[in-house]
Design a binder for this molecule. Structure first.
Ligand code: TEU
Ligand code: CA
Length: 546
């Protein structure tokens, strides 16, 4: 087969670091307790200081906010809660002055039930919009099948006036779109091209591997027509401009990822895969069914993705997003070693091949929260709580799961300073601020060269400085070691070496490489002892001397 690995070597997004903003929790400019576009504009200096190249903006389109914007009722307008279309245009313009591109979040698997299409669709079987959604005839109370929605309950909802059920993989207010309908697909392409003409830098595609569902066969992810749809979508839209595209694909394997991110540009730039993210749960069960992280398995997963996609596709690199618990609380240590472990996790991830994503607050080492149920806002968390209590779980057990895995862990307001409400809002925040904002906040970290922020900033800049970050191949070291994650990245004469102690005890190691002959680029301890031990959560990144 032709080697296509060079075809994309000049792609801007291969050298880029992307920062995710969850708009309602980032910065509130008008005191209503909800973050907004003008708030983001005031923080562009901060983002430029960090050095990121693009912002992935979680959805800001018009929405009844049943799932915080992942239920869109107008794809070509901004929700008044976040501002106006003019604010969005201003953000795109202002960000550009800071050398930052704006990546929009496209929710194409489903719309809101308040979208005009669905309003029309449920009026009668005869309207052209009816077929934009997925319907099955039936009898009230007898679901077409036993498929469940991600946020609880049946995936089928009865509409009495039509004597039909519609299909929804998420909430009842998120009816699934019918991609089999070419007219629907064309409307989507027109909408995307309209955003491209507004100057956006790319798109993140929500649950993109679920668009080709076939409910009669109980297929959700990876339906038979998925890649056919993606190629058409890409041809009709993305390929017309120099964009980054990243698909959310819970069902991705390395084999599938090579299709999605094939360097011939036929589908997407890359996908988010979740193999590493699903490791700390009981196999075959849900994320709420907690299990300790199998570290050796984590190493194997990274090794496999790094080696198999090299030259054949492209990885995305992330620990966090708006759906996931904070990594420092999850696999690091948010007590005594918060700073050390947050930096270790950053160094481990940012040395790998792929495009790194930083989720807002991760660069400060923000942590999970442990609220009482009344302080949670997330639809998934609230439904889960009800459902599990009904099933007979104890309240303590359910709260333990929620504290570990609730999406609201990621959604507490950004901690800007030790001022009231962490400087996020002058009003009442829509979700309570993490009480540790008095200690963990951006203002305290910007000037401190030993802060988590400074570590992220340095990592972002190193990626720009040394091509080996982008091109080097991956080799796992100390494969059998049960505490250390170590690897090299090599490109010609240039070699990067990363050593990370994943745990809170001191461990020793022995390597063939002569570390004293290399240059230390970054670490998380002040004095470095070159001999063979690593202190709790110690991480070092070296580069071969030229
Ligand atoms: O998430 C996809 C998804 O499958 C989520 O249900 C995810 O599995 C869950 O949060 C983890 O338990 C995307 C968005 O990222 C999420 O915020 C949306 O709620 C969801 O799609 C529906 O649009
Ligand atoms: Ca606001």
């Amino acid at each position: 087969m032709k080697d296509l690995s060079q075809a994309n070597s000049d792609k801007w997004w291969k050298q880029a670091v992307i920062y995710q903003i969850y708009p309602r929790s980032f910065a509130d400019s008008n005191g209503d307790g909800i973050g907004d576009l003008q708030g983001i504009i005031t923080k562009l200096d901060y983002l430029e200081e960090l050095g990121i190249d693009a912002i992935w903006l979680s959805p800001v389109c018009r929405s009844p906010q049943d799932d915080n914007g992942y239920d869109i009722s107008d794809y070509q307008d901004i929700d008044p809660m976040f501002g106006t279309l003019a604010d969005m245009e201003e953000l795109i313009r202002e960000a550009k002055k800071h050398h930052i591109r704006i990546i929009m979040d496209l929710v194409l698997n489903h719309s809101s039930d308040e979208h005009y299409w669905f309003q029309e669709a449920k009026k009668s079987k005869e309207t052209p919009y009816h077929d934009y959604y997925v319907w099955r005839d039936g009898v009230e109370g007898e679901y077409p099948n036993d498929m469940r929605a991600a946020f609880g309950g049946s995936a089928w909802e009865w509409v009495p006036s039509l004597q039909q059920y519609y299909f929804h993989q998420f909430s009842v207010k998120q009816p699934d779109l019918n991609w089999e309908n070419p007219k629907l697909r064309q409307e989507i392409y027109d909408m995307i091209n309209w955003w491209i003409s507004k100057g956006v830098g790319g798109f993140r595609l929500d649950v993109i591997d679920q668009i080709a569902k076939e409910p009669d066969k109980k297929i959700t992810n990876n339906g038979p027509r998925l890649h056919e749809y993606l190629r058409e979508l890409s041809r009709e839209t993305f390929q017309k401009a120099d964009l980054v595209t990243v698909g959310e694909a819970w069902g991705a394997t390395t084999e599938l990822a090579k299709l999605y991110s094939c360097p011939d540009n036929s589908e997407l730039s890359m996908v988010f895969q979740f193999e590493h993210i699903c490791l700390d749960q009981i196999e075959g069960k849900e994320k709420w069914d907690l299990a300790p992280l199998p570290f050796m398995k984590l190493k194997e997963v990274f090794w496999r993705w790094q080696t198999q996609l090299h030259g054949k596709g492209w990885n995305s690199l992330f620990w966090n997003n708006h759906d996931l618990p904070r990594i420092v609380s999850r696999w690091g240590n948010d007590g005594r070693y918060r700073v050390e472990s947050a930096k270790m996790l950053a160094i481990l991830l940012h040395g790998l091949q792929g495009t790194p994503y930083i989720y807002q607050g991760e660069e400060l080492g923000m942590t999970n929260v442990q609220y009482g149920i009344e302080d949670y806002r997330d639809i998934e968390t609230l439904n889960l709580y009800k459902e599990r209590l009904e099933k007979g779980f104890s309240k303590d057990e359910v709260m333990r799961s929620i504290h570990a895995k609730s999406r609201d862990n990621a959604r507490t307001p950004m901690q800007w300073s030790d001022a009231e409400n962490a400087g996020f809002t002058t009003g009442t925040p829509w979700l309570k601020v993490n009480p540790n904002y008095t200690e963990i906040h951006a203002a305290g970290q910007l000037q401190d060269e030993n802060s988590v922020f400074s570590c992220y900033k340095r990592l972002v800049h190193l990626r720009k400085e040394y091509p080996v970050f982008v091109d080097g191949d991956f080799c796992m070291l100390l494969k059998e070691d049960e505490n250390i994650f170590a690897y090299t990245r090599t490109n010609g004469d240039s070699r990067l070496l990363v050593l990370c102690n994943f745990y809170d005890t001191t461990v020793s190691f022995s390597l063939e490489e002569d570390l004293t002959a290399m240059e230390l680029l970054i670490s998380n301890y002040k004095e470095i002892d070159q001999t063979g031990t690593l202190r709790p959560y110690e991480a070092r990144m070296y580069i071969s001397k030229m």
